[in-house]
Write a protein that binds this ligand. Structure first.
Ligand SMILES: [Cu+2]
Length: 151
């Protein structure tokens, strides 16, 4: 009686343990295989958008700019340039012109823009480095104005 009961218990326990081991093994392979494909997909998807902004970045131009001074004043009246650009002021009138930084008569907003006196038919070139938006005028006639925007 006793021995047969013990063997029956041992067999039942063995079956339970074996069943549990098989269940764990099937669960482990199921959990290991399912998550592994998704992390390997994500890095490749995240890598492609980070490469595209570099190719689409706008090119900034530092091409030299010429401002003509005529009987109607400065032309053009607004100049948009990037830092490091040269601006040539050409005097196409018969009078002296003195392109200067605002305000008149101190010329202190941006001393880079104090070009100095340009005789009739002559020209002078400056380089602008200081970023910002600045007003300029002809010191001999402050109603002749222009704007310089440096980016
Ligand atoms: Cu002035």
């Amino acid at each position: 009686m006793k021995r047969s009961t013990v063997t029956a218990i041992v067999i039942v326990l063995a079956l339970i343990i074996l069943g549990a081991l098989f269940y764990q093994a099937s669960q482990r392979t199921a959990t290991v295989t399912s998550p592994s494909p998704s992390p390997s997909d994500r890095p490749s998807a995240a890598a492609s958008p980070s490469a595209s902004p570099l190719s689409s970045s706008p090119a900034t131009s530092t091409a030299p700019v010429t401002v003509d001074f005529t009987s109607t004043g400065f032309s053009p009246k607004t100049v948009n340039v990037t830092s490091g650009t040269t601006i040539t002021f050409k005097n196409s009138t018969a009078e002296d012109v003195q392109p200067s930084s605002d305000p008149h008569p101190q010329h202190t907003i941006n001393p880079e823009l104090n070009v100095g006196v340009i005789s009739a038919g002559q020209s002078k070139t400056i380089t602008v480095n200081q970023k910002g938006s600045y007003g300029m005028h002809n010191h001999f006639d402050p109603t002749d104005t222009l704007s310089v925007v440096v980016q």
